[in-house]
Design a protein around this ligand. Structure first.
Ligand code: 5GP
Length: 189
């Protein structure tokens, strides 16, 4: 389970896992936010209406869910995760801190094996540079995300492992190694 502050590169590391370690299954979150350019429904997220999100929560179909950056809701559909784990497939959840805490409670209750990995930026200044550089959010949304990031950085100590995202391939390799799948040869490219 991978968490970390906004814009630290969780999405980039996840995409790198998808590209180079196809033996790892990436959970597809449901979200009420709108797709960004290039995002594909069912691949990057399940883009759902607020009503559909309500229904999934009420039906206990979410392993965890949270309002992220005080705005949109994001959640992990429970069934696909349970099916993959039952089949012995390593699962990667890329979620925010509130979600990570819920998963920790669920894991503690179920006895499932999970590692909680915190992806950290090389520095806070670097995090700000990345957030501004991405250019996909307006200034109000950026401020909101930076406020979230400050709180999230302070939560590092709750995690089993910290990985510094100084280099994407290196961070990815360390992540899959923590998941116990790093000893196999990654797919080239
Ligand atoms: P973004 O809108 O940039 O794709 O994601 C915003 C934040 O939502 C990121 O910090 C990401 O980790 C978090 N997030 C994505 N999916 C989930 C999810 O299923 N559950 C929770 N709790 N957070 C999520």
């Amino acid at each position: 389970m991978l968490a970390g502050p906004t814009a630290v590169g969780k999405g980039t590391v996840s995409a790198d896992v998808r590209d180079r370690y196809p033996q790892v299954w990436l959970s597809v979150s449901a979200t009420t936010r709108s797709p960004r350019p290039g995002e594909v429904d069912g691949v990057h997220y399940l883009f759902v209406s607020a009503e559909e999100f309500d229904r999934m929560v009420a039906a206990d179909e979410m392993l965890e869910w949270a309002v992220v950056h005080g705005r949109n809701r994001y959640g992990t559909p429970r069934r696909p995760v349970e099916q993959k784990l039952a089949a012995g497939v390593p699962v990667l959840l890329e979620i925010d801190l509130q979600g990570a805490r819920q998963v920790r409670d669920a894991v503690t209750a179920s006895g499932l094996q999970a590692r909680f990995v915190f992806l950290a930026p090389p520095s806070f200044d670097e995090l700000v540079r990345r957030l501004v550089g991405r250019g996909t959010e307006d200034s109000e949304e950026r401020e909101r995300r930076l406020a979230t990031a400050r709180v999230e950085l302070a939560a590092e100590k709750e995690f089993d492992v910290t990985i510094v995202n100084d280099d994407v391939h290196r961070a990815t390799d360390e992540l899959v190694s923590v998941m116990g799948v790093g000893s196999t040869t990654p797919v080239a490219g």
